[in-house]
Design a protein around this ligand. Structure first.
Ligand SMILES: [Zn+2]
Length: 407
């Protein structure tokens, strides 16, 4: 017998920008099989009645670090062993799911921790969202994430793979894919949190990225580039990247290149916002605060330009960076609205658009899509802030199974 459930929705946000009133959704096994004003279901089909609520696709976060703690002290991470790191990741996955996030893309975690966490969630050992995992990101010696920048020599790269030639990039990508990575992450520029690297300086060369991207494509996997300065962003696009993460300095030419090649932007506004907000008073290293402040103004301009020109934007938080906490993912929608999006545009970025870059048949309430759904008190299409309050998230369903209930 097929497991089925009928959901009644007072307001239905479908993930593509449309709102419908008084709809019914039939879920069978892990899939949505019918949506309409009145759908045919067996007499004994259990009903979840959200006639007084909004039903919409579960939130999708296209960029976070599930094992990172949000601690201002990056060195803390270097003192965490593998089992402890995995447990930290599991507790974050639970918080993420409880906040209505049904799928995430992990953009880098040490060793196999995110891959193993994904396995544990899929096997029902731990609660959590659907995970798309990039394994350990590729970066150059002395580049983003290299602890050699000002730290003792005996501290190794953690959560990154140092590569210094196209051959090394190819090999690292092949190995990450062999470990089970769903996508390959690479650092095209320096970063805000890394000591000794400026975020405008390029990281991996175009040739290095091209080699890794070729290997990902060969296995039908996507690629993402940590890219803040213009030169690195362009290198990544020319090399064939699928998404630009952060994208602080986008100029007209970069925008054209992104549109031509159908490249996504995952802005992660919360990462910069939280660092600037906390400042050195709360323990964020001065070099990071300085870089975040310089980057923020350019970032907001670039976001507005990308939005105006129609670049595909997917929601990503970079949760795990300082004070950017797991479970507060929906704050990114508020920041995207503050930066110029209409609430519904922010919702589309967090549902169907994000599903596209994660390669998931999710993010929409339509026949044939995964039954990853949430029921919300309030109307997020009027004010996205309602998604940020835990008590408003009444139900979270992943693959047809109710995982969280707050009725
Ligand atoms: Zn990140």
């Amino acid at each position: 017998m097929t497991l089925a459930v009928l959901i009644k929705a007072g307001r239905l946000i479908d993930g593509t920008g449309k709102i419908h009133r008084d709809m019914q959704i039939l879920v069978e096994e892990d899939e949505i099989t019918s949506v309409g004003a009145s759908v045919e279901a067996g007499e004994d089909t259990p009903v979840l009645d959200f006639s007084g609520h909004t039903v919409m696709p579960g939130l999708i976060d296209a960029h976070l670090h599930i094992t990172s703690t949000g601690d201002p002290d990056t060195l803390k991470k270097l003192r965490m062993g593998v089992p402890y790191t995995a447990l930290v990741g599991a507790s974050h996955a639970k918080k993420t799911l409880e906040a209505g996030v049904t799928a995430v893309r992990d953009a880098g975690a040490p060793f196999n921790t995110a891959l193993d966490l994904k396995r544990a969630i899929n096997e029902g050992l731990a609660p959590g969202p659907r995970m798309v995992v990039s394994g350990q990101g590729l970066s150059i010696s002395g580049g983003h994430g290299d602890p050699a920048n000002g730290w003792p020599r005996e501290i190794e790269f953690l959560g990154r793979r140092p590569v210094d030639s196209p051959d090394e990039a190819r090999r690292a990508a092949r190995q990450e894919l062999a470990y089970g990575a769903d996508c390959i992450k690479m650092s095209a520029t320096g970063g805000v949190m890394s000591m000794g690297t400026d975020h405008t300086v390029r990281g991996l060369t175009e040739d290095e990225m091209r080699a890794a991207i070729e290997e990902a494509r060969n296995r039908k996997k996507r690629t993402l580039a940590h890219a803040q300065g213009t030169e690195g962003i362009k290198n990544a696009i020319r090399a064939g990247i699928d998404s630009i993460e952060h994208g602080f300095w986008l100029d007209d030419e970069t925008i054209e290149m992104m549109l031509d090649r159908d490249v996504f932007l995952v802005p992660t506004l919360a990462a910069v916002y939280r660092i600037v907000e906390a400042g050195t008073e709360k323990g964020v290293p001065p070099h990071a605060v300085e870089k975040a402040k310089v980057g923020q103004a350019a970032h907001l301009e670039s976001f507005a330009l990308a939005l105006d020109r129609g670049v595909k934007i997917a929601m990503g938080t970079d949760a795990g960076t300082p004070f950017n906490l797991h479970g507060e993912n929906a704050f990114e929608l508020q920041l995207m609205v503050n930066a110029g999006m209409k609430p519904m545009q922010a919702i589309v970025a967090t549902t169907s658009r994000a599903a596209e870059i994660l390669d998931l048949k999710a993010g929409r309430v339509a026949e044939g899509y995964l039954a990853d759904l949430i029921a919300v008190d309030g109307d997020p299409s009027e004010d996205v802030a309602c998604l940020g309050e835990l008590e408003n998230i009444k139900m979270v369903m992943v693959g047809g199974e109710v995982q969280v209930e707050r009725c």
